[in-house]
Design a protein around this ligand. Structure first.
Ligand SMILES: CC/C=C\C/C=C/C(=O)SCCNC(=O)CCNC(=O)[C@H](O)C(C)(C)COP(=O)(O)OP(=O)(O)OC[C@H]1O[C@@H](n2cnc3c(N)ncnc32)[C@H](O)[C@@H]1OP(=O)(O)O
Length: 289
């Protein structure tokens, strides 16, 4: 119920969004920050994250993304989605630090609800989600990939993936941690989370963070061929199996959703945490200059 209600709010927030065109028989609809190439006959859509410069998960991005996802979910012809970045090099820089720095408690609460919603919608999606990770993917970017059924990463040692929150002086929430533990196992997760490790593709593959590593120019074609394999499985049995594997973990967040928001608001509002974020943002700036 809570999930549906929050989704409706987001849908209303974005009802003015959207531009459509038909290209090569595939429908393309786009808002500012998400581009969707929707091939209804094939039942597959490619969702491209398009929030320059680094695809950070800002509140506006989350709103637009959730609206696009909901459009696909509501059309029974779509069975599979490939998630990728419109900007090769960066899949997503994760949560938008500017949404968590120097704002007021009401803003933090609104932002966190949207982050929860993104995870719940993706994690519980009935569609097949294949992630084509064509760039770096720290923290919230990694979480998005972890919600997918299959992850393919470009073989470029400059790209990294992982949950690096502790390096920022913040803590990955329990549901980030649970999703990670269920993917890589307890010991690997404990080690990687404490150190805030980011892994290049070969190591990410070894640990099971991604399922395949392929040459950069083959990420998209590989995603299409993996999708074809998954689509050969009857939907009802695949969906029931996915739900059986995932429901308990999602329910755990749903039942603690309000408490999790309050925890986030009080944690992120602390002076010491704001200071850590400030230091990290300064480091990002210095790296440039
Ligand atoms: C209580 C716990 C709560 C939450 C859990 C948190 C989860 C998270 O997701 S926290 C975010 C973690 N993300 C990161 O640590 C990534 C930080 N960014 C980078 O490492 C790099 O930007 C990049 C490797 C992703 C890309 O490098 P590059 O292409 O060289 O770009 P720049 O570093 O020059 O960045 C350009 C521009 O974007 C700003 N920026 C980068 N990341 C973020 C971000 N996550 N949120 C907001 N803004 C970001 C960066 O500061 C630059 O801005 P300016 O051009 O204004 O200087």
């Amino acid at each position: 119920m809570a999930l549906a209600a929050a989704g409706r709010v987001l849908l209303q927030a974005g009802s003015r969004l959207g531009r459509r065109e038909v290209v090569d028989g595939a429908r393309r609809f786009a808002n500012k920050r998400v581009e969707v190439e929707a091939d209804e006959a094939a039942g597959i859509a490619v969702m491209k994250l398009k929030n320059p410069p680094v695809n950070s998960l800002s509140l506006e991005f989350l709103t637009e993304f959730l609206i696009s996802l909901e459009k696909l979910e509501n059309n029974k012809n779509f069975r599979g989605v490939i998630l990728t970045s419109e900007r090769p090099g960066v899949f997503s820089a994760g949560l938008d630090l500017m949404e968590m720095y120097g704002r007021n408690p009401a803003h933090y609460a609104e932002y966190w609800r949207a982050v929860q919603e993104l995870w719940l919608r993706l994690y519980l999606s009935n569609m097949i989600l294949v992630c084509a990770i064509n760039g770096t993917s720290p923290a919230g970017g990694c979480l998005m990939a972890l919600t997918c059924d299959h992850r393919i990463m470009a073989d470029n040692p400059k790209y990294t993936i992982g949950l690096n929150e502790s390096q920022l002086g913040i803590v990955a929430p329990f549901w980030f941690k649970d999703n990670f533990v269920n993917t890589v196992g307890y010991r690997t997760a404990e080690h990687a989370l404490q150190l805030g490790l980011l892994f290049p593709p070969a190591e990410a593959l070894k640990l099971g963070i991604v399922d395949e590593v392929v040459p950069e120019d083959q990420v998209h074609s590989k995603a299409q061929s993996v999708m074809a394999q998954w689509m050969a499985i009857p939907d009802h049995s695949r969906q029931l199996t996915k739900n059986m594997m995932r429901k308990a973990m999602a329910d755990n967040l749903i039942k603690q959703r309000e408490a999790d928001i309050q925890n986030f608001v009080s944690f992120i509002s602390r002076d010491s945490i704001q200071k850590s974020l400030h230091t990290y943002l300064e480091k990002l700036k210095q790296k440039k200059g």
